[in-house]
Design a protein around this ligand. Structure first.
Ligand code: PGA
Length: 256
């Protein structure tokens, strides 16, 4: 069985001071991250250093960023490199979140460049895929997500692919309180797993974690995480409160 990855995507919330407070509260809720799973927080760039100090003292909690640039350096105002993320202790990075695709012009192509840069630098990318409600209603979701997976992993070797994490996040479920049903999530995760086996092989596909994201909360986490191909969650709103994030970690531990 794959290890669950419970990842908090804080989005544009929590500066350094709020980051220290939230991680202190989380530490009180979960003094030790269970050995059976991985847990991760992804604060904004300016809070990574503050988080890093806390995370180092909080055994077992990993640190991730919400974006990176695919070049090593240069005149790219407002961007950060993989090296910079490593320097502050990031082991994961979210790539191609739907909000980055929608508001900041990210495409499948830039997602691919970023995935390749992250794996080449030893950072595990969590790349996001998912369809809009319109695309689902039109019956386009399967092919669209399949293509997003194919392009994101273009030229990524099997040996590197095992470090990649896929996050299936239906756009209509993000921040809306509306969640995919466990059956809808499993159907898409199973399809993604099959596509990964096509691109690589069964073993590699089995090793890659596929997270569900989109209004995962303590009240629905058990049903979602209980699906055979759901290997964790990318959690927005519920990761901003220590109690609800800790509750989801505890639910995952029970299912591990
Ligand atoms: P949500 O966000 O849990 O608030 O829906 C998930 C995400 O966007 O990663």
């Amino acid at each position: 069985m794959r290890r669950f990855l419970i990842a908090g995507n804080w989005k544009m919330h929590n500066g350094p001071a709020a980051t220290r407070s939230l991680l202190t509260e989380l530490n009180e809720e979960v003094p030790d991250i269970p050995d059976s799973l991985d847990a991760l927080v992804c604060p904004p760039f300016v809070s990574l250093e503050a988080a890093s100090e806390k995370v180092r003292k909080h055994f077992g909690l990993f640190l991730g960023a919400q974006n990176l640039h695919f070049e090593d350096e240069g005149a790219y105002t407002g961007e950060v490199t993989a090296d910079m993320l490593k320097e502050v202790g990031c082991e994961y990075v979210i790539v191609g979140h739907s909000e980055r695709r929608e508001y900041f012009g990210e495409t499948d192509k830039t997602v691919n460049l970023k995935v390749k840069k992250a794996v080449s630098e030893g950072i595990k990318p969590i790349f996001c895929v998912g369809e809009s409600l319109k695309q689902r209603k039109a019956g386009e979701h399967v092919n669209l997500v399949k293509k997003q997976v194919q392009v994101a992993l273009n030229e990524v070797e099997a040996s590197d692919a095992e470090d990649v994490v896929v996050a299936y996040e239906p756009l209509w479920a993000i921040g809306t309180g509306e969640t995919a049903t466990p059956e809808q999530a499993q159907e898409m995760h199973d399809m993604i797993r099959g596509e990964l086996a096509e691109l690589y092989d069964e073993d590699t596909s089995d090793a890659i974690r596929i997270l569900y994201g989109g209004s995962m909360k303590p009240h629905n986490a058990e049903d979602l995480l209980g699906q055979p191909d759901v290997d964790g969650g990318l959690i927005g709103g519920a990761s901003l409160k220590a109690e609800s994030f800790a509750d989801i970690i505890r639910i995952a531990e029970e299912l591990s």
